[in-house]
Structures are given as C-alpha cells and as structure tokens.
Design a protein around this ligand. Structure first.
Ligand code: MRU
Length: 366
C-alpha cells in the first residue's frame, strides 16, 4: 500500500492525517472558505463527527475518508488494556460517526470497511496486549488505503470522464465535487481538471448552489487556484443560459446511487437534469463505486437529509428573510436514471445507467 502525501495530490486538500508524534486529523474548515483558511485539529472521533455534522468537511468521499481516520483516533483516544473494551469502544464510535449525515453512502461504506478490518485483525492477532497494538496499526493502514484508493479512483474518473468531452467544451457544474469533497482531485471537478489539462474545457459555469453555496464558496475557489476559466451563476440562471448559449455538458457528483441508477446529489441537481434533458445537453454523473448502494433498488429509498431552516433564512448568520419565516431545507434530491446520460466511475462508464448496466459494472449476474 502506498500512502500518498495529501500535499502531492493537489494544491487544495480538505484534510490531512498526522501520524506522529501524536495521531491527529487536520480538517480544513470549509465553513470559513474562501476568505479564511483555518484548520481544525481533531484528536478524538467525537471531534471528527462534529466536523462532519457541521460541514466543516463535506462531500461524500471526503466524509468517508475522514470518518475512517476518526475511527483510528477512537483507537488512540484512551488507554486500553483489554482488546474487548477497545473493540466495543470502536463500534460505539463508528455508530457516532455514522449518525452524523444520512445521505452519503460513502460514510457507511468506509465505516463498514473499518469494521471488517477490526474483525479480520481480531481473528489474526495473538494475545490481548498484542491485539491492541495490532488493531490500532491495522485500522490506520485501512484508513490510509481508503484514502489512497479514493485518490487513485479520482484520477481514473478524470481520464475516463474527459474522454466524453470534445475540445473547448463549456460545461456546467453544481455544488462542490473537487479536492475539497474527496481525497484530493475530485469527481465531476476532477473530470473538469483532467479535461482542462487536455484542452477540452473552454469554460466552467459554476452554480452558486443555494443555500450552502458550495459552488460560490468552494468550487469557484478551487477553479481560481487552478486558473481554470469559470463564471459563477446563480442557480436560477441555468435555464436561460442553456437556451441562449452553448453548453456542451452538465457534470455533477453524487452522494448515493441506487442499483437502478437513480442518483442522489445536492439539492438542485434534479432540476438541472430536467433542464439538460429539455435542451438535449448530456448530463453526466461522476462518482466512485463506493457511492453505489447495491442494497437499494431505487432512489425513492435514499434518505434525504433535512438540514436547519436557518441555513435558508440566513447567510452566515445574516438574516435574509423575515425572522419568523417558515422555511425548508432538504439538502439533496434524486434524479431518475432516465435523465442521466452516463455515470462515470473508476471502474468504467455506465451508459445508460440501468439495473442491468450497473450490475454489469459490479460483475453481478442477474
Ligand atoms: O452537503 P454536501 O456539501 O456534503 O454535498 C456534497 C454533494 O452533494 C456533492 O455533489 C457530492 O458529495 C459528490 S462530491 C464528490
């Protein structure tokens, strides 16, 4: 296993694992971006859980990675003398981390991998004292591997996805799917990064992504750092621009994909897919296979996170509506697979996404 230094992945990183002298996870506080770059030091799994819950770190693959490191911290945050007590603590900590956000399946996927690693090492390890050391080391190696695989997958999706674009494309993207949302390159934004280096991107239209403004605050910031030409638009400008200007493709990420290819992603994605369909613009979803939930048949089974109404009525604590306004904040929506032109994964491009093509990606025989 090669443990890549996050710094080498890209200029922007969302988190950084510190191995020694004391284990720690540094999380770039995305709530303060783009105007302040401040890091939060996490020494406990509860601190990591807080960062995920309050969205100091966000984006499906990134929260999977940091949750895995959160579990490594759980193994170090107390003095353990009995391996059984350590394992019980790890399971409880995994539950705390899991309960932070409901929609992104990558969180569950990463924690399940970590729990399986615990089971594996439990059967291998020697005596109880040895087990504690071995469990800790094994968990750290597993978290590093989750990170490494996500980064490698991002680059692979970048290559596969950029093949779908012709030279000098104008693309539209929603939310933030870049280094800040992953281990360091991006899903949809990773495709844009790779395609730009290959002369396939003329310009990126960036939806501001109300209400949390991941597009305005994070995607614009990432693109600016990479000097990729972009224009920031408010979400309600997409239809007008699709009708009046040349837009070659829409590229988005995903938080969970059902076995039939229905796609959950940031609120507003479904509307964009409908618009893209109407204007005959290809609509591509870019996501690693860790985002596919084979346990659910369709998007109607995906839990949609309801966040605080305050995130709609206020921007950075500044009220923008009557203080007693009723407001709603479903943070995600589901795009039916029929509106998705293709799903780009690190294992290949699924086109069109259906139960059959997704099963074929996983070599499942129906
Ligand atoms: O609420 P967020 O910011 O965590 O939502 C993020 C998204 O919806 C992204 O599009 C998705 O996680 C895919 S990013 C690689």
């Amino acid at each position: 296993m090669k443990n890549l230094n996050p710094q080498s992945a890209n200029k922007v990183v969302a988190f950084r694992w510190v191995k020694s002298p004391q284990k720690g996870l540094l999380v770039l506080n995305q709530l303060l971006l783009p105007h302040q770059e401040k890091w939060i030091t996490c020494r406990t799994h509860a601190q990591v859980a807080d960062c995920i819950r309050h969205m100091a770190v966000r984006g499906a693959p990134a929260i999977g990675c940091v949750a895995a490191y959160g579990l490594v911290l759980a193994a170090w945050e107390k003095k353990f003398t009995d391996a059984k007590v350590l394992v019980a603590h790890l399971y409880a900590s995994a539950q705390t981390l899991f309960s932070t956000r409901p929609t992104a399946i990558n969180l569950y996927w990463a924690l399940e991998r970590m729990k399986n690693a615990i089971k594996e090492i439990r059967t291998k390890a020697s005596n109880d004292r040895g087990k504690i050391k071995e469990i800790r080391e094994y968990l750290e190696a597993e978290a590093n591997e989750i990170y490494d695989q996500d980064l490698a997958g991002n680059h692979k999706m970048g290559e596969l996805g950029s093949e779908l674009l012709s030279a000098h494309s104008v693309v539209l993207t929603h939310c933030n799917t870049g280094s800040l949302a992953t281990s360091g390159w991006g899903t949809a934004l990773g495709v844009i990064r790779t395609a730009y280096r290959r002369g396939r991107i003329q310009k990126v239209l960036v939806d501001e992504t109300r209400p949390y403004l991941q597009g305005a605050r994070l995607t614009a910031w990432e693109l600016a750092q990479d000097k990729i030409p972009y224009e920031l638009i408010t979400d309600n400008m997409a239809a007008h621009l699709m009708k009046t200007e040349k837009i070659d493709a829409v590229l988005v990420g995903s938080d969970r994909i059902a076995s039939n290819g229905d796609v959950a992603n940031k609120i507003g994605t479904y509307g964009l897919a409908v618009l893209a369909h109407f204007h005959r613009i290809p609509f591509y979803v870019v996501a690693p296979t860790s985002t596919v939930d084979l346990n659910i048949r369709s998007g109607s089974q995906i839990p949609i996170e309801e966040r605080s109404r305050k995130e709609v009525t206020h921007i950075r604590n500044l009220p923008i509506a009557p203080l007693d306004s009723h407001a709603r904040h479903p943070a995600f929506d589901v795009t039916p697979h029929g509106l998705v032109t293709a799903i780009v994964t690190e294992k290949g491009v699924v086109r069109p996404p259906t139960l059959e093509t997704i099963q074929a990606l996983f070599n499942i025989k129906s």
